[in-house]
Design a protein around this ligand. Structure first.
Ligand code: ADP
Length: 259
């Protein structure tokens, strides 16, 4: 399968009066169309910096990002975000929240509004369309945040610790639910998480970054035998513990060492 974007030898440093902080060094990997890729690494190693570079918010100091569009154009893929909080506005109804991106981007076409309405129905949010975010459960708010993201029809979704504000049990269900919906929508996803179990259960491949300056330590393809289709199925897979131990070993080598 073809890579939708490809990073080659990416390097980035922050410069301040106190000196230089090298965040990323020689990072190379691709993201395949339709793939779910998770990036894990010690805290402060450069994960958010990497995401900002892929999002086009920061220009890499070294290296290149290549884009492969099916039509051969050089257009950068349309990117959607889900961040640490759902960022729904309480002063807007759920419907007004999910169309916010369309409004801001002057993209309120009939087709896109129809798509949003369809997603509200598909995701069982139709009867909440005139409610305020505080009237919804954590899981429903995440579904609304996903609709707002999908409304702009992104090709690549970037998720930065999107479920970290939820309590543990809700998180298990919501992360599985949201990722199933993203898969069903046929999108490509790159998720940053420090939760190793989450990475194993959601991703097709995991990239392990070293402590700062971050380099790619290892890429691990994940193949799980799923006992059933429950949200917990992947965590009950026979291979789960093997992957967990592998990631744990790699990451614990870097923990506690000064960069
Ligand atoms: P992570 O997301 O893995 O926790 P970040 O990408 O946020 O790591 O940060 C990587 C390193 O760069 C950290 O040491 C952090 O302190 C430093 N850093 C991040 N943003 C800035 C900035 N704007 N100016 C200077 N240093 C920064």
């Amino acid at each position: 399968m073809e890579n939708i974007i490809e990073l080659k030898n990416i390097g980035y440093s922050y410069h301040s009066l106190q000196g230089e902080t090298v965040a990323l060094k020689d990072i190379s990997f691709g993201v395949k169309k339709g793939e779910f890729l998770a990036v894990v690494g010690p805290s402060g190693c450069g994960k958010s910096t990497l995401l900002s570079i892929i999002a086009g918010l920061l220009a890499p100091e070294e290296g290149t990002i290549t884009v492969n569009n099916p039509d051969g154009s050089l257009r950068y893929p349309r990117i959607g975000y889900m961040l640490q909080h759902d960022h729904l506005f309480e002063w807007r109804t759920i419907y007004q929240n999910v169309i916010l991106g369309l409004e801001i981007n002057h993209m309120m076409t009939e087709e896109r509004i129809a798509y949003v309405n369809q997603l509200l129905k598909d995701y069982n949010l139709e009867k909440f369309r005139n409610k305020r975010p505080s009237e919804l459960s954590g899981g429903m708010k995440q579904r609304a945040a996903l609709i707002r993201t999908l409304a702009l029809e992104p090709q690549l979704l970037l998720l930065d610790e999107p479920f970290s504000a939820l309590d543990y049990q809700t998180r298990l269900f919501v992360s599985a639910d949201i990722c199933n919906l993203i898969r069903a929508a046929g999108k490509t996803m790159l998720i940053i998480t420090h939760d190793l179990s989450e990475a194993i259960s959601l991703a097709d491949r995991i990239i392990i970054l070293s402590r700062r300056p971050a380099v790619v330590k290892q890429e691990i393809p994940i193949r799980l035998t799923l006992p059933d289709d429950s949200p917990l199925a992947s965590r009950n897979a026979p291979e789960f513990q093997y992957y967990f131990n592998l990631l744990w070993k790699e990451l614990s080598e870097d923990e506690g060492q000064e960069a």
